[in-house]
Write a protein that binds this ligand. Sequence first.
Ligand code: GLN
Length: 257
Amino acid sequence: MSAAQQPAIRVVWLYPELMNVYADRGNVIALEARCAALGVGCEVTRVGIGDPLPGEADLVLIGGGQDREQQRAAPDLARHAGTLRAWVDEDAAMLAVCGGFQLFGRWYRTAEGEELRGAAVFDVTTVAPPREEERCIGDVLAHSTLEAVGEVVGFENHGGRSYLGPGAEPFAHVEFGYGNNGADGAEGARVREAIGTYLHGSLLPRNPALTDHLIRAALRHRYGGEPELPEVADPFAERAHRTAAAVARRRSRRSET
Ligand code: GLN
């Protein structure tokens, strides 16, 4: 990249029509807005069922979906699993939310016992208990294992309980809310620059530090080295973050771990 050229990140958005509950597309909107504020180009390629993946990507996004949507997405995603894992090994950034996070794990077993094969980006498996069991629903406040990200807030609503294998570490530890399974305090997963999480909300509009983290990781992937970005405040996102954190503290269960 010459000094005169604007840097740009290449974003792949998987199943934008299908995997998009609780306004997960807000993540893409927030990403585009933040890139614009930082003077970074943001080229988004939407990849639906049957579409090919582009040759390269610096950041891959997938949102959440209920079991029915996941059943449609899973066989299609299987076509891309090898490429996605190769991209992770090359340190492309990823953000997979809820149903998308489950499908980026090894497998997800539904309450009816159907096993959906995942892309195995994360060493994670997910099991849904019988339907009559409590779902994990509510506002979450967690602390990311990524220092630059810090406190994260979001909304979770999932039946599936996820468990990390030795190849993944938690994205965060919950202080308020359920996280992966309501038992071990872990929230989401992380491997290299890929992040999986149960947090909707939308997530990025309320967690500007995470947005910046993803943009930086995507720029590193494309150009190498640590990107130099201008200092640009994001007061609305900061305020949204503080408000959501206060709501989670007031309304949600404190994690037992
Ligand atoms: N299958 C998921 C579940 O565990 C879907 C949740 C979601 O994406 N909101 O309920």
